[in-house]
Design a protein around this ligand. Structure first.
Ligand code: PLP
Length: 394
């Protein structure tokens, strides 16, 4: 029999399932080309051609399919370390890197390593709600803290939420769903507050930075380094979004070499990576991405989609903050009822996610990692919905 806990979890996440089912039904009834599905962060763009070229070369190598050290191939970790040393402005070596099964795998590995039963992990609203399940997987609890109106972190509220049970905080910048990049001053004040609170509570509060959208940024905005700002930091990421390969399950985590109790931390993480069940990250992908450091899909194409949507949504009267990164718009739900807007858009065969799916009702999320034809085809439906809502058109 399915456990009570899992049954409750299935119920509480059922609206996403419902939307998925609705989408499938609509596509069957009206044809997939007549349904405008902005619901999932599952990129439609092909990976760069060089990805396929390297993948085929690596697949032709013989005898390279066996278990390897649980942290991953040393050669891959060397190359990742060299790349992130410049990205994070911190000297990182292969020993600090663990190859993981995507960012989700990286986060679970870290959480399993640091959580004691009943511990809390802080996250700022709005956020990726899988964090709640990831914390629960390891006997912890997600402690959600309100963000500022512009989706930046509210350092005062985070400080007030910290207790001796706080094992860490997860931040995600560029952020899903808001597209916000936290400025360097925010990261610095978060770091000094965490140093103060770690002293007060008597435990190192870890800063876990979930960065799968780091390369999907616009207008040359720089994503600040957490490693540069705070020594008890761990970066988790993947190639899911920037190489358009989420199904291949490849990512890594990097432990700040200056972290306190470093040896126990990295060894604990390597153990947890092994015992979570996937043993090591996929071998062929590790060998492939080793050659693709710094490569990404064409970000200009996402910028074009962002700008096209921004212009039209604003013209129709929708209110939003322009995303600085990611491929998401987080739009105000006119009147504040996110479910009502989701339903009205569904009538136009447009699928979006209500803000409550990110713990912030009053908004809805548009994932624009779709073909241009989906954006173009949906414009009439967005316009009619805005008219029904009586929005002031430009
Ligand atoms: C903020 C955030 N973190 C983590 C993940 C999981 O990424 P991966 O597919 O690499 O496990 C996602 C996926 O959508 C995400 O949006």
């Amino acid at each position: 029999m399915v456990s009570e806990k899992i049954r409750n979890m299935m119920d509480s996440s059922s609206f996403i399932r419902k939307m998925f089912e609705t989408g499938a039904k609509l596509k069957q009834e009206f044809g997939p080309e007549n349904v405008y599905d902005f619901s999932l962060g599952n990129p439609a763009m092909d990976p760069p051609e060089v990805f396929t070229k390297v993948l085929l070369e690596k697949a032709a190598d013989h005898h390279m399919h066996r278990y390897m050290p649980n942290a991953g191939y040393p050669e891959t970790r060397e190359k990742v370390a060299a790349y992130i040393t410049s990205e994070q402005k911190t000297a990182v070596s292969a020993n600090d890197i663990v190859m993981t099964s995507g960012a989700g795998g990286a986060l679970n590995t870290v959480l399993k390593t640091i959580i004691n039963p009943g511990d809390k992990i802080i996250a700022s609203i709005p956020c990726f709600m899988e964090y709640k399940f990831y914390c629960d997987n390891h006997g912890g609890e997600l402690d959600l803290v309100e963000g500022l109106d512009d989706f930046n972190l509210n350092i005062k509220k985070i400080e007030a939420a910290i207790t001796k049970n706080t094992a860490g905080i997860i931040i995600n910048s560029p952020n899903n769903p808001s597209g916000r990049i936290y400025p360097v001053e925010t990261i610095k004040s978060l770091a000094s507050m965490l140093i103060k609170k770690s002293k007060e509570t008597g435990r190192n509060i870890y800063l876990i930075s979930d960065e799968p959208y780091r390369k999907i940024v616009y207008d040359e905005i720089e994503v600040p380094s957490v490693m540069d700002a705070y020594k008890n930091s761990i970066v988790c990421t993947s190639y899911s979004k920037d190489l358009s390969i989420p199904g291949e399950r490849i990512g890594w985590l990097a432990v700040n070499p200056a972290a306190e109790d470093y040896d126990n931390l990295i060894n604990g993480i390597i153990l947890c990576n092994r015992i979570l069940g996937y043993v090591n990250a996929p071998a062929l992908m590790q060998r492939t991405i080793a050659e693709l450091q710094g490569v990404s899909v064409n970000i200009e194409q996402y910028k074009k989609k962002r700008d096209m949507l921004a212009e039209k949504l604003a013209e129709f009267g929708f209110k939003f903050r322009i995303p600085e990164g990611t491929f998401y718009f987080f739009v105000e739900a006119p009147g504040g009822d996110d479910m009502k807007i989701v339903d009205l858009l569904k009538d136009e065969k447009i699928l979006v996610v209500p803000g409550r799916g990110f713990s912030l009702p009053g908004y809805f999320r548009i994932a624009y990692c779709v073909d241009d034809s989906v954006i173009e085809g949906s414009m009439g439906g967005f316009k009619r919905t805005a008219e029904k809502l009586g929005l002031k058109q430009d």
